[in-house]
Structures are given as structure tokens and as C-alpha cells.
Design a protein around this ligand. Structure first.
Ligand code: HSE
Length: 442
């Protein structure tokens, strides 16, 4: 910050979609931001390996460079925004900037989830701050809400639709009955997906975000590899149509529950009642439902990706850094909501110990005794069936048998499913989709 001029110089690393949005906000809303902060936030340098990235941005002479490290090391730049992504150069650049005492804003959820300890240690040692609001839920203030607004609550649970690509695909499959592959191609065309869309559809992008949410909501260290994950790749229009008959929608849901001595953390396609607010979150939109013991149930809804929404979250972090710096109140709010010495290591409940309700679909031979074999296997593993449905005959003679269970343990369900899959009357792999329905008792 320059004394007298009240100006905070920022270096932007990565000028792709979100970076361009940051340039636009800082250029177009400079006076508004100055009025809120009490100082100007000035884009001093913009770095990108592709000179053409800057062409459309109308940057002042000398602002653009292809050398990101020169920006991270520039003593005249106290604040750096990392929007390069990935875990290579981005990590090195952030570490360099933090070691020099700079504050950093990043949208890099994979990096925070996998190298968070190292990065936050570097921030603590360097004396700067590391902010990451744009990493979870785009424009939605998920981090700020959990960190600040819920400070008087024991957070009981958090449910999130945190990946726009998956939500877009599932919405298109639900509304139009199109295949997964067609919907994925559309999502790529619209630019929602990560550079590697496997991160989206496998659920890993959501896992990265959920790991951050769990740490802040429950005050615990979390290793994202402990979070159970299943992607949307095997969801079919048939299961979506059957779910609809039962009054459910299928969403890729991030689920975090505070069990006291354990934390439940899982990401998988989930059937939720169509009356649930989260079921109305369609297209590339995101939403997060936070349940606090004082606040009750609260839902944030908004664009979870894209140029201006994500840039909006970046700028909100820049404003926090600027205000903290101007008031001499750096680190007033602990990054993970709890004072570092009060952050625990609450284990994630092993996936096999999760208890929920299940939808199962089998392709079965249509002949006497088949149902009794399936229900026998489930009974043998102590799984109680809520309802059974036979869904018409396929041309190959196989018939889809659908079962909904009462609440059951995951490990028992998996054992029963393996036993059923081995039956000679069953063809193909059984389909298993978990149900989160607060209206249904066990
Ligand atoms: N690929 C991500 C999504 C972008 O689809 O939600 C935002 O993290």
C-alpha cells in the first residue's frame, strides 16, 4: 500500500476467464470499490503465458507480462491473485508470494484441498493472508458465511450442489431425457467444465470443495482422500425417470454432517425429494444448505462458476485484504473459522459405516423366485426393504427390478449387492443410488 495515495497494488497471475472478469470489475467499478474500502485497488501487473490473453482487456502500458514469477516477487506488489489453476506453477508462485509477506487470493480448490497445510503455514510465517472465497461456490459467499455469519452456531450439517458441470448434465438429462454423453458434450461447449472434465464428473472437484467446507464448518483438519466419492458417469435417463416417479430428483450432492466425534463427508449422486429447495437448483447453478443449531436451515443459491460470478468472489477477498491492511487488523478472522490451536482432527466416518436409505436397480430374469432370491440376500444382510417395483419387460427378457430400502449400513448394502450381482438370474451390474430424504423415517 502506498501511504498518502491510499492505493493497494495487486498482481494478477492468470488471465483466463476468471482473471478477465477481475480485470473488468476492478476497471469498471473502481470508484464503487474505493468508496467501500477507503483506498483504490489498483491492478499493477497482469501475468499470463499467452500475450493474446491480454489483447481484449485494454490494460495500461507496462501492466502485462508473461513472467508470473516477476509479479510474485515484485516488492511493489503486496497482494497477489492466483488464477492459473493446477498444482504446479500455481503452488510455487503462491509459496513465493507468501514467503515474501504478501497476501494471496486463490480460486484453486484442488491446491487448497491438497496443499492447504503447507500454504497456510507459509502465510503464517510470512505474515500475509491467504484467502480463497472463489474456490467454493463461485459468487456465493460460502466461506464467509461459514466463517463469520455462523460463528454463534454449532454447524450441524452442510449439503452442497457445488459443481455446475454435473448439475448442468443432470438437469439436461432430467428435463430432456438426453444421454449422459450428449449432456457432457453440451457442458463442455458452454465452458462450465474444468480443463480436465474428469475432475467434474468424477466428483473430485466437489470433494476438493467439500474438504474446505468441512474444515471451516467443523473446525477440523481434513484429508480430502478420506471423503467418499462417486461421480455421475453411470447415471442413466432410466434411473432419473424412475426417481421422478418416486418424487425424487438426482443431484450430485456434497454431504457433511457433524456427528461430534466423527464427521460424515461424502460426495455422490443422491436422490432428494423434489420438494427440497436443493431439488430446484438447476442448470449450472450451485447451492449450499447450512444447518446451524441456532440459525436453523439456511440456503445460499447462486452461480458457482463463470467469469463475473467467480471474479466477484475474488474481488470480495481483495476488499477484505485491503480493509484489514488499512485498519491494521490482518488475521482478525481466522482462515478456518477457529483459532489455529483449537482446530481438531476429527476423523471422517469410514464410508462403510455411513447409514442412509438406498435405491437399487437390478436387471433380472422375469421368472418365478427371482424376487425372493433378491430379498433373501438383503434380509440375510439385515437390510429392510421399503418397497419393490417391477418396471416392464425389456426386449432381452430382463426386467428392471427397483427396490427402495429403509435406513441401512453401507457395508451391509455393498455385501448384499455383491451377493445379488452373483445370482444367475441377474444380468449386468446393479445400480445403487443413495437417498437423502428428511421426510422419510427409517
Ligand atoms: N468446473 C467447475 C464447475 C467450475 O463446473 O462447477 C467451478 O469450480
Amino acid at each position: 500500500m502506498k501511504s498518502g495515495k491510499k492505493e493497494i497494488s495487486v498482481g494478477l497471475l492468470g488471465c483466463g476467464t476468471v482473471g478477465s472478469g477481475v480485470v473488468k470489475i476492478l476497471a469498471g467499478r473502481g470508484e464503487l470499490i474505493r468508496a467501500r474500502v477507503g483506498a483504490a485497488i489498483r491492478l499493477a501487473k497482469v501475468a499470463d503465458l499467452r500475450p493474446e490473453a491480454a489483447a481484449a482487456l485494454d490494460l495500461a502500458e507496462g501492466v502485462f507480462t508473461t513472467d508470473a514469477f516477476s509479479v510474485a516477487r515484485d516488492p511493489a506488489i503486496p497482494v497477489v491473485v492466483e488464477l492459473i489453476g493446477g498444482e504446479g506453477a500455481a503452488r510455487k508462485l503462491i509459496l513465493e508470494a507468501l514467503a515474501l509477506g504478501k497476501s494471496v487470493v486463490t480460486a484453486n480448490k484442488a491446491l487448497i484441498a491438497s496443499h492447504g497445510d503447507e500454504l497456510f503455514k507459509a502465510a503464517a510465517e510470512g505474515g500475509g493472508e491467504l484467502f480463497f472465497e472463489p474456490a467454493v461456490g463461485g459468487a456465493m459467499p460460502v466461506i464467509k458465511t461459514l466463517r463469520e455469519s455462523m460463528a454463534g452456531n454449532r454447524v450441524e450439517s452442510v449439503f452442497g450442489i457445488l459443481n455446475g458441470t454435473c448439475n448442468y448434465i443432470l438437469t439436461r438429462m432430467t428435463r430432456e431425457g438426453i444421454s449422459y454423453a450428449t449432456a457432457l458434450a453440451e457442458a463442455k461447449d458452454r465452458g462450465y467444465a474444468e480443463a480436465d472434465p474428469t475432475l467434474d464428473v468424477s466428483g473430485m472437484d466437489t470433494v476438493h470443495k467439500l474438504a474446505i467446507v468441512i474444515a471451516i464448518a467443523f473446525g477440523t483438519r481434513v484429508s480430502y482422500g478420506d471423503i467418499f466419492v462417486e461421480g455421475i458417469e453411470r447415471i442413466t435417463p432410466l434411473d432419473i425417470a424412475i426417481a421422478r416417479e418416486f418424487g425424487y430428483r438426482i443431484k450430485l450432492l456434497a454431504i457433511a454432517k457433524n456427528l461430534g466425534d466423527r464427521v460424515e463427508g461424502r460426495v455422490h449422486p443422491t436422490m432428494i425429494p423434489k420438494s427440497d429447495l436443493m431439488a430446484a437448483v438447476n442448470g449450472a447453478m450451485n447451492a449450499v444448505k447450512i444447518v446451524g443449531d441456532a440459525a436453523g436451515e439456511m440456503v445460499l443459491y447462486g452461480p458457482g462458476a463463470g467469469m463475473m460470478p467467480t471474479a466477484s468472489a475474488v474481488v470480495s477477498d481483495l476488499v477484505d485484504i485491503a480493509r484489514n491492511s488499512l485498519s491494521g487488523a490482518k488475521k482478525r478472522v481466522p482462515v478456518f473459522a477457529f483459532q489455529p490451536r483449537n482446530i481438531g482432527s476429527i476423523p471422517i466416518l469410514p464410508a462403510g459405516e455411513v447409514e442412509t436409505r438406498y435405491y437399487m436397480r437390478f436387471a433380472a430374469a422375469d421368472r418365478p423366485g427371482v424376487l425372493s432370491k433378491i430379498s433373501g440376500a438383503l434380509g440375510h444382510h439385515g437390510i429392510s426393504i421399503q418397497s419393490v417395483h417391477q418396471k416392464g419387460r425389456k426386449s432381452d427378457g430382463a426386467v428392471p427390478i427397483v427396490l427402495l430400502t429403509h435406513t441401512a449400513g453401507e457395508s451391509k448394502v455393498r455385501a448384499a449387492l455383491a451377493e445379488i450381482a452373483d445370482l444367475d438370474v441377474i444380468s449386468g451390474a446393479p445400480v445403487l443410488i443413495r437417498i437423502e430424504d428428511p421426510n422419510e423415517s427409517a
